[in-house]
Design a protein around this ligand. Structure first.
Ligand SMILES: O=C(O)c1ccccc1N[C@@H]1O[C@H](COP(=O)(O)O)[C@@H](O)[C@H]1O
Length: 221
């Protein structure tokens, strides 16, 4: 039976992370292009990993306030299926990026309180998907990928104009509850499937996907 939940494993750093995520059932793989991140990839390393991803699995490039020169080089050198904009890109910039690269755009929105929810409708008019993440602390180096959750009750029962993903502090232990509470059909994880910062763990990836998909987790010896 096909599961109704799509999982994105974000921040792959090792070529072995690709088969680990595919075997676990991930439908989206995220590659980070942000130098301050421990998951940052060179275009060459990302192209090598992306070449091993079968058709039908979405290869997502995560960027933060990237300019056209950076995105030109990225899209020329790495085969991609989607751009994830995880900075303070305006709705106008989302429109511009979509038109310039011809790729679907997923806009990340940081949520901490009810005052952050108005942007969901605004970006819902221009993006192809929304990614709802915890708003980073004021002094955070990274605008995401911090392993922080937000109060999921803020978005429970919401009507969404376009497809969306839930992210932020998800783990194998809490993802089923997060799905049940928010009604998310897509979930995104980075820190929660790492053995140390920036290092993905095949068992944790399998546990996360199994928990999201409502299946028993395989055990790797
Ligand atoms: O993962 C990163 O290093 C990163 C860097 C800059 C912006 C976003 C980043 N990650 C995204 O944040 C979500 C949530 O991460 P976490 O599970 O809470 O660690 C992640 O899935 C990425 O989409």
């Amino acid at each position: 039976m096909t599961s109704l939940i799509n999982v994105k494993i974000c921040g792959l750093t090792d070529p072995a992370d690709v088969p680990a995520a595919l075997f676990a059932g991930a439908r989206y793989l995220g590659f980070v292009f942000f130098e301050k991140s421990p998951r940052h990839l060179t275009f060459g390393d990302a192209a090598f990993m992306a070449a091993t991803v079968p058709m039908g699995v979405c290869k997502v490039a995560l960027t933060v306030n990237a300019d056209n020169a950076m995105l030109d080089a990225l899209t020329e050198q790495v085969p991609l299926d989607m751009l994830q904009l995880h900075g303070s890109e305006s709705p106008e910039r989302v429109v511009e990026v979509k038109a310039r690269y011809g790729l679907p755009v997923m806009k990340a929105i940081g949520v901490a309180g009810p005052e952050d929810l108005a942007q969901l409708d605004e970006y819902g008019r221009v993006a192809d998907q929304l990614l709802i993440d915890a708003k980073p602390p004021r002094d955070a180096v990274l605008p995401g990928g911090n392993g922080l959750a937000f109060d999921w009750r803020l978005i429970a029962g919401r009507r969404w104009p376009i497809p969306w993903m839930l992210a932020g502090g998800l783990t194998p232990e809490n993802v089923a509850e997060a799905i049940a509470l928010t009604g998310a059909r897509q979930v995104d994880v980075s820190s929660g499937v790492e053995s140390s910062r920036g290092v993905k763990d095949a068992q944790l990836i399998a546990n996360f996907c199994a928990a999201a998909l409502g299946e028993p987790a395989p055990f790797f010896d």
